[in-house]
Design a protein around this ligand. Structure first.
Ligand code: CAA
Length: 256
């Protein structure tokens, strides 16, 4: 598939998807979401890929849903076309996905970043849910995911006022895992992605699934899920390889 609104690149076992509508600060329209979803399908179906990075430009990860496209939508359009639901494809990705965010991650852009497994933020990053200023509210998970990341008080203030959060505040409040100088963002994101891609792919996928389960179930059920999956991992050759490598004082080789 030829992409017009994203760039897809592979570096060793890492797939890199770059949102690429510079003229609109990577505003998210139907074409971009379709292309993003197609690229995710390609990377998910390729066993040689162990980790995915989603990024944007230096100025914007994404400035939200495309307001120029949305402006003329009516309620029947949004309801009958189930507007936004296809954006959730990213959150169903089974392989680990890192968001590398520089510049604006606003509205749907912030929501896309939060669908990734963790966010590495450049020191230039700015996060926000400014939809209320447009006469709507966050529509791609912002009211739910931001609240889980930063707590009710801060999420409520951001969603009700549209105030943006800089990288320092985002790290302090748990929205991002780390802040990286903007010039080093992609180098560092790639380094982290290669570490993950060097692990056993099924174990990394199961680890992601178990951590995500903690958001969707009770503690007792989550721990039961973790225990069963942990026990099943002794059925994979990668457990033998990982533990033997430790005892033999050599790096593990999780290929295959
Ligand atoms: N949709 C469409 N176009 C957008 C856009 C968006 N979300 N954000 C920026 N653009 C366009 C601008 O219209 C402008 O295009 P023109 O040159 O053709 O006018 C171009 O990108 C550059 O933008 P600015 O000139 O505004 O750049 P700036 O540096 O002055 O400001 C900004 C940057 C603060 C991010 C500002 O562009 C802005 O506030 N953008 C809108 C942010 C927003 O409200 N996002 C939420 C969208 S709603 C949503 O996402 C719903 C949901 O939950 C799914």
């Amino acid at each position: 598939m030829a992409y017009e609104t994203i760039l897809l690149e592979v570096d060793e076992r890492v797939g890199i998807i770059r949102l690429n509508r510079p003229q609109a600060l990577n505003a998210l329209n139907a074409q971009l979401i379709n292309e993003l979803n197609a690229a995710l399908d390609v990377l998910e179906n390729d066993r040689a890929i162990g980790c995915i990075i989603l990024t944007g430009s230096e100025k914007a990860f994404a400035a939200g849903a495309d307001i120029k496209a949305m402006q003329s939508f009516t309620y029947p359009d949004t309801y009958l076309d189930d507007y936004i639901t296809s954006w959730e494809r990213l959150s169903r990705t089974r392989k680990p996905v890192i968001a590398a965010v520089a510049g604006f991650a606003l509205g749907g852009g912030c929501e896309l970043a939060m669908m990734c497994d963790f966010i590495l933020a450049a020191d230039t990053a700015k996060f926000g849910q400014p939809e209320i200023k447009l006469g709507v509210m966050p529509g791609s998970g912002g009211t739910q995911r931001l609240t889980r990341f930063v707590g009710k008080s801060k999420a409520m203030e951001m969603c009700l006022t549209g105030r943006l959060m800089d990288a320092v505040e985002a790290e302090r409040s748990g929205l991002v895992s780390r802040i990286i100088p903007a010039a080093e963002l992609m180098t560092e994101a790639l380094k982290v992605a290669k570490v993950i891609a060097g692990m056993s792919l099924p174990i990394a996928m199961q680890t992601k699934e178990a951590v995500n389960r903690s958001y969707e179930t009770s503690l007792a059920e989550g721990i039961r899920f973790e225990r069963r999956v942990f026990q099943s991992q002794f059925g994979l050759a990668h457990q033998q390889e990982g533990m033997s490598a430790f005892i033999e004082k050599r790096p593990p080789n999780f290929k295959g």
